[in-house]
Design a protein around this ligand. Sequence first.
Ligand code: FE
Ligand code: FE
Ligand code: ZN
Length: 276
Amino acid sequence: MLKIGCHLSASKGYLHMGKEALSIGANTFQFFTRNPRGGAAKDIDEKDVAAFRAFAEENGIGVILAHAPYTLNGCSADPAIREFATRTMADDLRRMEYTPGNLYNFHPGSHVKQGTAAGIDMIAEMLNSILWQDMTTTVLLETMAGKGSEVGGSFEELREIIDRVALQDKLGVCLDTCHVSDAGYDIVNDLDGVLTRFDKVVGLERIRAVHINDSKNPLGSRKDRHEKIGLGTIGTGAIVRLMTHPALRDKPFYLETPNELDGYAREIALLKEKWS
Ligand code: FE
Ligand code: FE
Ligand code: ZN
């Protein structure tokens, strides 16, 4: 069965997101753990979490994907900014244990003139300080567009981060279709080649989630501007081929297209129809 959802607002809690997902034909969803620009997280409402877990169980809502605030930078040159990213992610991961066994995705960061190697070391150092043996969450490194000094725009950089982490079984990758295309991986004309490359460098088993976005910009543009499915340079056909590829078809897919709920509902319906 296709596992598909989209990004939802977390402002009304877990149960609300579960119901909203169901109402648009989704069976999973993504949400920000807190304000995407950082800031304090709301206290966990244990009643809401318990109600959500029962609802998810009853309605077949599978693994859910939490997304870290995208402003966190674990490889900033400023130690205070690195410390903030570390503290925020550590707090998010403790809160994730209220909904055990799910996924937590983050953007590796931007090294800003320090060089990729230094950035990779700092990201790994942060992960080593916040992962613990008995955690049930899998932490995902997102494939990035390679905009500016972003780390994680190549599969090799992701591999190098993973290599430096002690608890590697806690780590996975979230493949973002807009980002990999913008980073120069041709998923439109050479999907098999891209996946073979990923497998060689990182290992396909590391992919635990896929962000499904079209891109406003051409292959290799390093821009990171998401587009609605079918309106960008990737196109519906290539997206459906990716979602039905034997290496990916069982992964959970999350739309992060510029849409309101009704637009998401239409894209989910379209992709479900094409996927079956
Ligand atoms: Fe992201
Ligand atoms: Fe993404
Ligand atoms: Zn993006």
